[in-house]
Design a protein. Structure first.
Length: 284
């Protein structure tokens, strides 16, 4: 991980001196069982990832708090044979600011081409997905409603990378100690000046539940809704400074006014945001 820049020694989940490596393009054969379905399978895009931590990974570097750090990890297999492993880490105690190691490591099909590390990555989220209530983390959730990043765009000038990702599985939640989603994605775009497509796995533990985080979810959702809704856009624009200023009562009134005209996931998001703001208002 990190190619010759880091030689596998990175900061991870608040711990210095962790070690990571990955192998791609591995040939694998075996049996896949899902319920009553049994299939013989084979492929040549297997991925093995190994990590070593001085302390327990889930809280060892954050005084025992497994949710003090969140992450996104992707392994992306491009149709030109290039494989990419990408990390982003967030400090949940400091406004979700990015933490090291955040970067991309590439692996090339030609052994003569050395792996490459790039840290000038940008991820732009275009949609979020609500955590399914049927899947319960082992550690008690901090809030009933949690939202995870979903569709997104990744850019990296060093690699000439500009790709858009779409989930294959809508909400691939897993019953682990904290909120974890990991599932297949498909990407399309540009890499090194050439058009590419890719199959990938996208893992993330960045579960958003606080009032300002749900405002971010709403503004992103409204900005990408089709067809556009000018009234909702105006509401979202007005909501941001209200919540930032702690004027939660006014924010609730604003959301309540637009709620009756909404349905589906957007209506649920508005209800979730009203509930969080109302609870914060009562607590204050």
């Amino acid at each position: 991980m990190g190619a010759s820049t880091y030689n596998g020694k990175i900061v991870c989940f608040g711990q210095d001196d962790t070690y990571s490596y990955f192998q791609t393009g591995m040939a694998m054969t075996g049996t896949l069982c899902w319920g009553e379905e049994i299939h013989q399978v084979s492929g040549n895009s297997g991925h093995v990832d190994r990590q070593w931590f001085p302390k327990y990974a889930g809280g060892g570097g954050t005084a025992g708090d497994p949710r003090a750090r969140s992450h996104e990890w992707r392994t992306i297999n491009f149709d030109n044979g290039v494989d990419l492993s990408m990390w982003r880490q967030f400090d949940r105690t400091n406004g979700n600011v990015l933490q090291p190691f955040t970067g991309v490591t590439t692996s090339y099909p030609d052994p003569a081409t050395s792996p490459q590390c790039a840290e000038d990555i940008e991820v732009t989220i275009s949609s979020y997905v609500r955590w399914p209530e049927t899947v319960r983390p082992l550690v008690r959730p901090l809030a009933p409603a949690r939202y995870m990043p979903d569709r997104h765009r990744i850019t990296c000038p060093t690699l000439g990378l500009d790709i858009v990702g779409e989930p294959v599985v809508p909400a691939p939640a897993h019953g682990l100690p904290i909120e974890y989603m990991e599932g297949p994605y498909r990407y399309r775009g540009m890499l090194g000046g050439q058009p590419v497509t890719a199959f990938a796995f996208n893992e993330r533990s960045l579960a958003l539940y606080r009032d300002w985080e749900l405002v971010e979810v709403l503004t992103t959702t409204v900005a990408n809704i089709e067809p556009s809704d000018p009234d909702l856009q105006t509401t979202a624009d007005r909501l941001v400074p209200l919540v930032a200023a702690g004027r939660r009562g006014e924010a609730v009134e604003l959301l309540t006014a637009v709620r009756p005209s909404q349905t589906g996931a957007l209506a649920t998001l508005l209800d979730d945001l009203v509930a969080v703001l109302s609870a914060d208002e009562s607590a204050s």
